[in-house]
Design a protein around this ligand. Sequence first.
Ligand SMILES: Nc1ncnc2c1ncn2[C@@H]1O[C@H](COP(=O)(O)OP(=O)(O)OP(=O)(O)O)[C@@H](O)[C@H]1O
Ligand SMILES: [Mg+2]
Length: 246
Amino acid sequence: MIALSLQNLDIFYGETQITHNINVEIKEGESFALVGESGSGKSTVLKAIAGLAPEWSGSISAFGQPRSHNIDQQFAKHCQMVFQDPYGSLHPRKTVDATLSEPLAIHGVSNQNGRVEDILVAVGLDRKFRFRYPHQLSGGQRQRVAIARALMLEPKLLLLDEPTSALDVSVQAEILNLLKRLRREQNLTFLMVTHNLPVVSFLCDRLAVMRHGRIVEIADVAELKRGALKEPYSRELMDISSAHAG
Ligand SMILES: Nc1ncnc2c1ncn2[C@@H]1O[C@H](COP(=O)(O)OP(=O)(O)OP(=O)(O)O)[C@@H](O)[C@H]1O
Ligand SMILES: [Mg+2]
């Protein structure tokens, strides 16, 4: 089963074309990374899939269901996004409970109470956090809430935009482990943007390298680990990354 298919995807902000002819097929259960330099269009691709960048042409479909250009509640049930910045992405005046209940209310899901309790356990948050506000949580706890919110409707596909880059290094590994476990437990498919090639190695099966709004190479993570990416630009990225690691 194909979880996500992007065909000839061109995305625009007004007159400006940001991506060119993006073609990707991600299998159910796969974890797929988008890497590439700042401004190459990675977040824009996720936003278009999530319905946050409405000017595009080509096709976007998840589990065989094409997404429309408008608000698409059916699509949103399958596919949810987690943003880079857990400080900005949570409403400051809403408790954790209100944040997590909201998608259930919008979609008319019953047993909201039980579902909130279960998801807090799933993302490793003690029940004492349930009625706190975002400013009463650490960065890592906020990102757990953001991940929990994305999972409330039991989506099959998660779009993750640099989900750990705003966090303290010591917390990044916790969140990466959480994502790895949730993917296994809930049979999720991931499309994840990251700058960090070690994160790709840890969490992903394949990657696409983007530059100036185009995909220059799609490879298996095994090739990344062997240092065997083919395109000169991909190799440049690997060199920069290993220089930082060293
Ligand atoms: N709302 C917007 N309106 C107009 N242009 C935008 C908008 N958002 C992004 N852009 C432009 O689109 C291009 C791609 O941006 P995007 O955020 O997708 O890059 P990115 O690959 O995610 O970069 P980074 O790694 O820095 O997050 C950039 O040139 C950016 O300036
Ligand atoms: Mg981005």
